[in-house]
Design a protein around this ligand. Sequence first.
Ligand SMILES: *Cc1c(COP(=O)(O)O)cnc(C)c1O
Length: 419
Amino acid sequence: MYSSSLAYAIQQDKEDALAPLREAFHIPKTKEGKEWLYFTGNSLGLQPKLTEKYIQQELNDWANYGVEGHFEGDTPWLPYHEFLTEKMAAIVGAKPLEVVVMNTLTTNLHLLMVSFYQPTKKKFKIVIESDAFPSDRYAVESQLRFHGFDPEEGLVEWRPRAGEELLRIEDLESIMQEQGDEIALLLIGGVNYYTGQYLNLKAIADIGHQHGCMVGIDLAHGAGNISPELHESGVDFAAWCTYKYLNSGPGSLAGLFVHERHAHNRDLPRFSGWWNHNKATRFNMRQPFDVMPGAEGWQLSNPPILSMAAIRASLEVFDQVGMAALREKSEKLTGYFEYLINQIDTDRIKIITPSDPRQRGCQLSIQVKDADKSLHNALMEHHVITDWREPDVIRCAPVPLYNSFQDVYHMVEILRKLL
Ligand SMILES: *Cc1c(COP(=O)(O)O)cnc(C)c1O
């Protein structure tokens, strides 16, 4: 169904109902004023043009109202995070009660583990993927140590088989059959940052729950990319950042999901601050702590409004399109990208991302034979921004919100010439 001609790419862009969305983003330019071919929306999403307006609005409110900005203006700061909840919940397939925007990703993982990693002497191990993102690994190791366990013993790695790159669900089942009695928590990247593999969250949740474990998902590479249907999947909790596919700016705040089944459990251990205390009496100041139901019950502090303004702008763009339409274009665009790469007559590169669209998002990870960073650097010299990951992978993500079929065509033409 795909074709390798430039005419095909031009035609696809013409027929693409989402193509005009590119205009809603700032596309970075080279010193010579030429647009970069930007394939790193998986690392830092591009800036929506709306962002400046929304941040400016809060700067104006601060200038005009001072502290009264908490109550005044179109978007008062006191309930500001609530303006984000519904749209964020729609992106990850959750109920509004289950989602809140707060803190940053690794912080949220820790706060969630305070509640959902309750080890006993016998049941204390944590399962992660063998190539989990370093921050997740460090977080989990430190949780094990914090509870008095040795990570050497307590950390269980779900790894690809020898000679393979991808994870198999049967291997997780085997781990659980062998060590399930000792495992307390599964903390898995829903879309692996390195291979781009999108795992079956429902299958992982079921396997974990069968063995009496809690199941948490890191959705850093999933949110805004795939449709994880978090509520339906049944996972206990999840967290994700907003600066990758969610285009909310460097270091911006993160999302947090706690499944409805835990929403009203006041007995869960958790850390607290005034922001997870009952809104109705928060400012009475002398009230005993009264935890809020749902995901809001994990907040600690009053949040940074300027960062939330950027998230509000970005979510508005997502809301205009909806994940279903985005995902449809994404599958097509990524399939086209894969098709073109496979047309290159070379044995120097290999795509390690699954070819089944249900098992990937928009990222393709290209493994380079006998790699050093030179191919990646050469791409940069030809104004293609991709992302190099040691030891040998170039990660590229054609993002359906702002990448075009012609971007993909030109990128692969450059790659072909370099090879
Ligand atoms: C990007 C990413 C992080 C980054 O963590 P921060 O706390 O936002 O710095 C962590 N985990 C995964 C899986 C990521 O992809």
